[in-house]
Design a protein around this ligand. Sequence first.
Ligand SMILES: CC(=O)SCCNC(=O)CCNC(=O)[C@H](O)C(C)(C)COP(=O)(O)OP(=O)(O)OC[C@H]1O[C@@H](n2cnc3c(N)ncnc32)[C@H](O)[C@@H]1OP(=O)(O)O
Length: 155
Amino acid sequence: MNTSVSQTSLLSLRRARRADAEALHDLSAPFVALGRLRHRDVGEFARRHADFLVVEDDSRIVACAGVQRFGGDWVLDNLCVHSSFQGRRTGSLLLDRTLQEAARSSARALYAASSPTNAWFLGHGFAEVEPAAGPRRWVSQLDPTRNSVVYRRWI
Ligand SMILES: CC(=O)SCCNC(=O)CCNC(=O)[C@H](O)C(C)(C)COP(=O)(O)OP(=O)(O)OC[C@H]1O[C@@H](n2cnc3c(N)ncnc32)[C@H](O)[C@@H]1OP(=O)(O)O
């Protein structure tokens, strides 16, 4: 898969490769520092590379989104767009592609945990739900100190 995102730019969407692990880590680092994303080391990105979609600008990774699958319940994680590419529908594109893949796999719902102020999810068809509504194994791993809100979008 290597899909052109826009006819007016060189952005393209593809599945991550193991060799992308360091770039995924570096892209995420500023958002980890801001408390928007949980820390993941390079090894985790390498192990889970197949779970990630990436957007490239002329071969530089500028956005990514991962998924975890718990049967029919999918969880979106580590969604981020480089600050100079935000507001150009790159995050929406990653979400749309994830939803398409979830629908093809007959998934039931897509969950995400984010900070209470992240209105982006509400604007993209998610509703806030009680954490207990999420996949139990995922919810039990959420860091209580992050005060995350759990969002759900039906597929
Ligand atoms: C599950 C998790 O990973 S939670 C963590 C989510 N990631 C982060 O918080 C990291 C920092 N933020 C980012 O990387 C990005 O801003 C993202 C991923 C939240 C959004 O990606 P972007 O490419 O900037 O958003 P995109 O351009 O697709 O947004 C499109 C729409 O959302 C709106 N929007 C963008 N950011 C926000 C926001 N913070 N709050 C509300 N609306 C927003 C835009 O105005 C636009 O609206 P429109 O379609 O009506 O014109």
